[in-house]
Every structure is written in C-alpha cells, then in structure tokens.
Design a protein around this ligand. Sequence first.
Ligand code: IDC
Length: 394
Amino acid sequence: MKKTKGKLALALFMSITMLCGCHREFSSPPSNNSSNVSDSYSDSNSSGNSDSNLNSDTDSNSFISSDSMPNSSSDNSGQNSQTPDIQENGTPVSVHGQLSVRGTNLVDKNGNPYQLRGMSTHGLTWFPDFVNEQAFLTLRDEWKTNVVRLAMYVDEWNNGQCYMNNKQGSRDMLEKGVDLCIKLDMYAIIDWHVLNPGDPMKYTNEAIEFFDSISKKYADKPNIIYEICNEPNSGASWGCNVKPYAEKVIPVIRANDPDAVIIVGTPTWSQDIDQALSDRLNYDNIMYALHFYADTHRDDLRNRLKNCVNGGLPVFVSEFGCCDASGGGANNFSETTKWLDLLDELNISYCNWALANKNETCCAILSSSGANGGWTENQLSESGKWIRNRFMSY
Ligand code: IDC
C-alpha cells in the first residue's frame, strides 16, 4: 500500500514537473570565457549586429550623426508631460519621497507618475573609484539624474571582483554607494547582479542573507529600491527558477521594509517580460526588469514591451546600453532614441550601463579620464556624451 502511494506520488510529481517544464536540464552556464557570454547576450530579438568583443576597443566617433544627438533644447518629443522635472523644488527624494507602483506606473509619495533616470555603475568592486561624492553630485546636478544603480556582481570570473569572492569588500562598496545616494538625496538601486550563474536560485541562501541584512539596515530610507536578480539566463525560466527565487527573497525584504519597490529580473537577460505577464508575483510594489542594448534589440523587443505594458505589467529598464549586447560594437543612437522616447511615453524608468572608464563602447567615461566627476565633454565617451545630453534634455 505504502509502495503504491509512493509510486503514485512520484508519477504525479513527474507529470506536474513535465507540465510546467521544470524538469528540464539547463544549457550550460556561461563559461569563464567572456566572449561566450557576449555571444549569448545577443541571441534573442536580435536584428542587428552582435559584435561579441566584450572588451572592445571600438571608439565609435564615426557612428554619431548630429541629428541623432540630443541636446538640451530639443528631443523632448517623446516626453510624458506628466513626468515632473527632476530638480523641481529640491533634490529628488525630498520632493518625491517613498515611491510605489500603481498600475503600470512608478508613482511618487503624492501618487503622481514619476520616472527615474540615471546611470548604473559598472561592477562596484571593479571600478570602486567611481563611487565618490563628486561623481554622484555631477550626475545629480549636471546630468540631472535622480537615481544611481549600484551593480554588485554576484559571481564572476575575475577573482576578487564579485560578491562570492569578496563579500565584505563588495558589501562595503555597496554601502558606500547607498550612503552617498542618501547624503545627496538620490534614489539608489541595490542590484544583486546575477549574470553568472544564470540561475538566481543557485545562490538563494546568499541572496536571502544579503537582502535580509541590507534591508534591515536601510529599512527607514525611502531612497532604496531593491533589484533582486539582474539578468537570469542560461535556460533559467520564469516559472521554474526566477519566480520561485523571488518568492523566497521578496518576503525577506518585505519583513524589514514593507513598502520598498522591488525590481525582479526576467529570463533571457531580462528580456522575457512576457513570461512574467502571464504569471505575476502576488505582491505589491513589484516591477519587472526589461533590459535592452539598442543595436541588438529593436522593434521586436519594443513591441513586446508595449504589449506587456498594455497588459498591465509594471516595467523598469534597470539597464540598457546604446551599443550592442556585448557592451561593445558600435553605438546606435537612432535606435536608442526610439527606445527612450517609448520609455518616456510609457513613464518607464531607466538606467544606462555604465559609469566607468573601461575601454568599452558602453562605458560613459573615456579611459584617459578620472572618476572624480565634473567631466567635460571631451572626457566622455560617445555614449557618455549622448546619454548625458539626453538626461539634460528633460
Ligand atoms: C559587462 C561589462 C564588461 C564585463 C562583462 C562581464 O560591461 O566590462 O567584462 O559585463 O562581466 C549585460 C550585463 C552587464 C554587462 C553588459 C555588457 O548586465 O553585466 O556588462 N550587459 O555586456 N547584459 C547585457 C549586456
């Protein structure tokens, strides 16, 4: 009798897992060879070139055409008129306070739609120099941004440059960044930068431990937004991996900080927001991450975004690049303009990758320039110049 029951239970389990596809083996995660990763970033919705050189030396001056370059007086066409100016009567958090999610909108303490716009750091322990007060002040007062995304790589292949290899160092850098944002009255996104491994569940226990302690520490600060898994990939699916992971981590944050906005990454490097649309998380104040790299991801992904927002999904573009999905190749500013105009129209917040001076197309600062803010135009990369002008055009 017992045996039959056991067999029945096993059969039931097998059929359920087969139905939801959760029994599936993952394709192997990105190897320790960065060029593999870049190839795979660019695999879906790709309609453009996908140069896989991660450490590209490409300096893409020649790809900029003046008419795709925003400036302070134009290129406002797509702006949502409901979106208030960032610097209205004070600095961002004092004016807008605790943010929350209403329908598809991020709203401020008064319930008005509010758009966060800003830079993402590169890996915090790779480019620690960029976490300094002058740099953040420049982003706030000159670039007119209101948020900094603090990217803490969970597990990478460069020893010592990620959380798993250097928990205390990563945590110290992250807190330095959060404390600066608090001091400067900006919003801060705490990004658990899952990239390797692609399945966020692999470090669920570490994530729980980390988010419990960080959300305790900053529980009373309206500045903080939590991003619990940057980019699930390598076959991690919404139903079998990301959602179950989120259902473990979200309650831990909620127990300490009941109303913080939480961003949840989506499968295929945060492109498959449609998987989340049909199977939403049952918590308030959740936003779903969509990431794009403008020269790789174009109309297909924009259409997916429109459909999902029409279907009621609150989306946050916590990372995008003007170039291709490897972070290299050429910038494509006309596609970036299409993207950002759409985001403005839909009141979707966005952060640009990356505040760093690595010799890589996506990095905003030239490698010959320092980290201390006050950058002049000729200290910025083509991408840096362009995105700064876009921020300043609001
Ligand atoms: C890239 C960095 C690059 C680094 C690489 C591997 O720009 O310097 O060597 O990661 O760690 C993402 C990721 C983001 C990537 C970026 C560009 O979230 O970590 O940064 N990208 O490849 N998703 C799509 C592109």
